[in-house]
Design a protein around this ligand. Structure first.
Ligand code: ARG
Length: 575
């Protein structure tokens, strides 16, 4: 990928040196006075002191050198010493014609932890952003040349599973899984996802009211953790069924994982981890529990120790988390591990990361907590179903799909279901990634599904229109291989926006947030659409201009497809 800003910045740097001044890093920004230039440089003013010279004089020295470059159509000094830069049409065209839009492979492995589904519980709206943002960041990293491995880190062990198995044993005491003396083949029991989704909430609320039931559940959790025959076999069956339904939903969200490991895999490695930690002498006994103290003298708020083993011998979320790091390091040696998890889990990760550092598990690996904000309802309160429960992701998809179908053109008679599915997913994903990763936002189905405005459906519709224009050109045997000239400020504006792509992708990578990409898609698309409605591309009689416009369309189309793919949004055949 060619770097337009770097190109410009190098030119400024050279001019400053040639004019007899010193300079450090030069940063060019888009001009806030488009009437004076496309870009501006604000770095001259701070130089005045050192050279005992007015900044305008220094700027003029630099400008007189820059003026000799064909790259610029105009360079001028404004106000107290800003340099305005107007790029020549030739330079813009040359840049657009000669980019390959690819990045070289990098020798760096980033491990992705996102999704975070829980076995036997339905995926709910709280899991949506993890899947969307995680998948998109992974794809962005791949595009930028990084190697990645993704793991959904299933919540597949501990208390919730104890509750589910206990409740099943009450409802179906005859299942031979519950017979301690049984040692034959286990029967094929009718466990479905519907059953599990009914059993868990029931058991969970019952345990809150009923002390004996709670005790029984704890006992069951222990039996499971001890891999007791029958109980463990039933657990395998439950995870199988549940994983399948989790996968189905992730499929619909175009979200895929290299690994479907879970807390249970980490649980197996806990004894190994403990003996490793023991040797390091960092475990402390505290009120019968084993902990790793992680507070630092510089902390403003006291960070409590990380709990490793409870006083009853049980293990916790933090224990399996640390064991997971241990395993990932052992098996994959990643350079970085990124966690795309609800920002309210920040403390947990601070504790675990510090414990990992203390335990020297990750001496050369960067652990990154990329927390995301909450998705609220239209009223700004936590997203709820009509009867006040937590909304299942599946139900949300159904609602958004129905709304998308309402907006779908009646003339489309074929593939209505597939198309409305793609449109719905675009509506959800695009809206989900407009706010910066760590900000909360309100979910508004009607607004997100609208074909006008900053929405997924608007971007899809526009992209499909670009594609059909290119197809029409092909049908008419009109070929296009390059941009020859610029017709007006409309295509010129589109060309300028193309220059930002590399910057935007890298900024998203640094911030671990997709908001710059959703913004950019909208900026590029609206600018292209202005150009599109101002010109009659196919019927243009100046053939060089027609070719230029078609080629420009093909670049914008290609970039839209690329960015939508990074966001894991599919483009339907028509709309
Ligand atoms: N299963 C967890 C939840 O639903 C999220 C897991 C996030 N990943 C992690 N490594 N802790 O809250």
């Amino acid at each position: 990928m060619k770097k337009f800003y770097k190109l410009m910045e190098d030119k400024i740097k050279r001019a400053i040196l040639e004019a007899g001044y010193k300079t450090g890093e030069v940063v060019i920004t888009v001009s806030n006075r488009p009437d004076l230039g496309d870009y501006q440089y604000n770095g001259i003013m701070p130089m005045a002191k050192e050279y005992h010279k007015s900044p305008v004089d220094i700027a003029n020295d630099v400008v007189s050198i820059l003026k000799q470059e064909d790259f610029f159509k105009d360079v001028n000094v404004a106000g107290p010493g800003f340099i305005n830069l107007r790029i020549s049409d030739e330079a813009l065209i040359d840049f657009a014609n000669n980019d390959d839009y690819t990045y070289p492979k990098k020798d760096k492995l980033i491990f992705f932890d996102y999704g975070g589904a829980n076995v036997a519980k339905s995926l709910h709206v709280g899991h949506l952003r993890s899947a969307n943002i995680g998948e998109a960041l992974k794809r962005l990293c791949n595009y930028l040349g990084y190697q990645t491995i993704s793991d959904t880190h299933l919540g597949d062990f501990g208390r919730p599973l104890g509750l589910v198995i206990l409740e099943l044993s009450k409802r179906f005491p005859e299942w031979n899984y519950f017979n301690k003396d049984y040692d034959g083949e286990y029967e094929d029991v009718p466990i479905t996802n519907e059953l599990l989704e009914n059993v868990y909430p029931y058991a969970s609320s019952k345990a809150k009211e009923d002390e004996t039931y709670l005790k029984e559940a704890q006992e069951m959790t222990k039996r499971l953790q001890n891999h007791e025959k029958g109980i463990y076999d039933l657990w395998l069956k439950i995870t199988d069924v549940s994983k399948q339904s989790i996968k189905n939903i992730y499929d619909r969200l175009n979200t895929t994982f290299d690994l479907y490991k879970g807390e249970s895999d980490a649980e197996d490695a806990v004894p190994e981890l403990l003996s490793y930690l023991d040797k390091l002498n960092i475990i402390v006994e505290s009120e019968g529990a084993k902990v790793i103290p992680v507070s630092l003298p510089t902390d403003k708020l006291e960070i409590p120790p990380m709990l490793l083993i409870k006083s009853d011998g049980g293990i916790l979320y933090s224990t399996t988390e640390l064991a997971t790091i241990y395993l990932r390091m052992k098996e994959y040696h990643p350079d970085e591990i990124w966690y795309i998890v609800d920002k309210r889990q920040a403390l947990h990760f601070t504790q675990v990361f510090r414990a990992s550092e203390k335990a020297k598990l990750t001496p050369n690996t960067k652990l990154v907590f990329a927390g995301f904000g909450t998705m609220n309802g239209k009223d700004g309160k936590p997203f709820k179903t009509r009867d006040g429960g937590v909304m299942r992701l599946l139900d949300l998809l159904t609602e958004v799909k129905a709304e998308s179908l309402n907006h779908l053109n009646e003339n489309i008679t074929e593939y209505r279901d597939e198309i409305s599915e793609d449109v719905a997913i675009s509506a959800i994903k695009y809206a989900d990634m407009i706010p910066a990763r760590d900000t909360d936002y309100n979910f508004d189905i009607e607004k997100f599904c609208d074909l006008e405005g900053k929405t997924g459906p608007y971007i899809l519709y526009s992209t499909i229109r670009m594609r059909s224009l290119l197809n029409k050109a092909k049908e008419n045997n009109i070929s296009y291989h390059k941009i020859n000239k610029i017709g007006s400020n409309y295509d010129r504006e589109v060309l300028l926006i193309l220059n930002d792509l590399d910057l935007i992708l890298n900024r998203s990578f640094e911030a671990k947030s997709l908001n710059d990409i959703t913004d950019y898609l909208y900026r590029l698309t609206t600018s292209y659409n202005r150009f599109y409605s101002f010109n009659h591309i196919l019927t243009e009689t100046d053939e060089l201009l027609r070719e230029s416009w078609l080629y420009l369309t093909s670049i914008v189309y290609q970039i839209n497809m690329l960015l939508l793919d990074i966001l894991a949004i599919k483009v339907p055949i028509k709309m």
